[in-house]
Design a protein around this ligand. Structure first.
Ligand SMILES: NC(=O)c1ccc[n+]([C@@H]2O[C@H](COP(=O)([O-])OP(=O)(O)OC[C@H]3O[C@@H](n4cnc5c(N)ncnc54)[C@H](O)[C@@H]3O)[C@@H](O)[C@H]2O)c1
Length: 453
């Protein structure tokens, strides 16, 4: 009898210890029901949801740019072409970047913007009271520090991708936006590419039936860049395992799946390969023998509605660029990379429609607001026009006091895959539960929609 009692006690202790085992993560985490669960911080007093948040309309959007390397300079150039915008300040760690951007302003007949130089010069910039939007295109590690500083000083923040690299930083973005009632948007431009915009509309009009499996990716051979512009990126990849750039693939497919607008990402399982070409890059450019990032990383995500999302990352392979963007539904299919294909049960059964039919479908389902600005978007450019459409929509929503297309919860959810995939990989691909950044409100909005005045 006594022996049985001891055995039972020992068994209970094993169960309790396996339930309470902690897992290294940027926020407290433990294992529960065979899954790694990250704790959700409580809202502070007075802090409320930012779902569908609107702010006062802004007649002329006064913009400050922080981080004006390759990407930030492109944004400055595009903003010279958008109505209702004034560029008031420029910030970088290098004076030459400010001079280059002020030259762009001068060539467009615009006054010079005030320059701020240095690693922490953004703190001075954010103290200005004549800024509405801080547009952040630094390397990854400074994104959230700058965004939080901007919001705490009363400005809206727009952050390049991925907005945040840890779950802790995802919560900092969400909490600061909820507390300050300032927008915090991640600049996921791939949501505004033409194929993605049309196929999102097709999915919303029911052309593909119930879309239950989607795939996205960032597959882009970057090694040639690593001896000049993108040094910080190779350094990051060498030190961090996981999908380090998930949002280009994930953003457009999450909009199709109505994530936090009727469905939510529930849990993730990740797998990766060893580092093959990545290691060669590490050796060649940094004389290091290790690269933590596997060459190919796959994250498989189960949604609350039991649908599937797959996202891949590979910046080392000798293969053509791909974001996949594949949608499978009960009545149709769309695929962007490596070849564009659409099939619709009503038109051609399971076979792909002809190129001619596909082209006419893509035009017919192009949203009206895109048709209105398409020509200008292609002329101003930025990845063929999608960057302009993104900037245009951000400025339009701010000027009209509308909720933004991509809210702070999108920024947190799409970015969170970086750390969640790392945690899964480091625990033999164990499932990791997604934090619910909306804190229970993921089912309150009925589907993804653009707002118009
Ligand atoms: N959406 C896209 O298609 C796309 C494409 C390329 C890059 N990006 C993103 O844009 C961001 C910048 O990438 P990039 O290619 O322009 O890199 P980059 O290295 O060319 O530019 C980064 C700039 O930020 C500056 N900077 C760094 N820390 C700073 C700080 N604390 N304060 C002020 N300036 C600072 C650097 O001096 C540099 O000029 C990254 O987040 C990247 O992922 C997005």
């Amino acid at each position: 009898m006594k022996k049985t009692a001891y055995l039972l006690l020992a068994l209970c202790m094993v169960v309790v210890s396996s339930c309470t085992k902690t897992v290294p993560a940027s926020v407290p985490a433990h294992i529960e029901d065979g899954m790694i669960v990250l704790e959700t911080p409580a809202r502070e007093d007075g802090q409320t949801s930012a779902l569908g948040m609107t702010c006062d309309p802004i007649d002329t959007v006064r913009v400050a740019f922080v981080g004006i390397g390759g990407r930030g300079t492109g944004a400055v150039r595009r903003y010279t072409q958008i109505d209702g915008v004034k560029i008031v300040a420029l910030c970088d760690v290098k004076q030459e970047r400010i001079d280059i951007c002020n030259d762009i302003l001068a060539k467009n007949g615009l006054p010079a913007a005030e320059g701020y130089v240095g690693d922490e010069a953004y703190k001075e910039l954010c103290k200005r009271d004549d800024i509405d939007l801080v547009y952040i295109a630094t390397d990854w590690l400074d994104h959230v520090n700058v965004a939080v500083c901007a919001m705490e000083n009363g400005h809206h923040a727009a952050i390049e991708v991925p907005a945040a690299m840890t779950i802790e930083d995802c919560w900092r973005m969400v909490n600061t936006s909820e507390k300050t009632r300032r927008h915090c948007m991640m600049l996921e431009n791939c949501c505004y590419d033409f194929f993605e915009l049309s196929t999102l509309n097709m999915a919303q009009q029911g052309l593909f039936g119930n879309v239950y499996h989607v795939e996205g990716a960032y597959i882009h051979f970057l090694a040639e860049d690593w001896d000049h512009s993108e040094t910080w990126r190779l350094d990051y990849n060498m030190a961090h395992r996981g999908d380090n750039y998930p949002t280009h693939g994930l953003g457009p497919i999450c909009q199709v799946m109505n994530i936090h607008r009727g469905d939510k990402m529930d849990y993730l399982v990740a797998m990766d390969t060893p580092s093959y070409n990545g290691r060669v890059s590490a050796k060649k450019w940094r004389d290091k023998d290790e690269c933590a990032d596997g060459d190919h990383t796959i994250s498989l995500i189960q949604t609350e509605q039991k649908k599937l999302i797959e996202v891949q990352h590979n910046v080392y392979a000798y293969r053509p660029y791909s974001r996949m963007h594949q949608l499978t539904g009960t009545a149709g299919f769309a695929n962007k990379y490596p070849i564009q294909q659409i099939s619709v049960k009503e038109i051609n059964g399971h076979n792909a429609v002809s190129q001619e039919v596909m082209d006419s479908l893509l035009v017919a389902y192009r949203p009206d607001f895109v048709k209105e600005i398409e020509e200008k978007a292609k002329q101003v450019g930025g990845h063929g026009g999608m960057d302009y459409i993104m900037d245009y929509r951000l400025v339009y929503c701010l000027r009209n006091g509308l909720p933004l297309d991509e809210d702070v919860y999108d920024a947190a959810e799409w970015s969170s895959v970086q750390e969640l995939s790392r945690i899964s990989l480091e625990n033999n691909s164990m499932p990791v539960k997604f934090p619910d950044f909306t804190r229970g409100d993921w089912n309150k909005v009925d589907g993804f929609h653009y707002a118009f005045k």
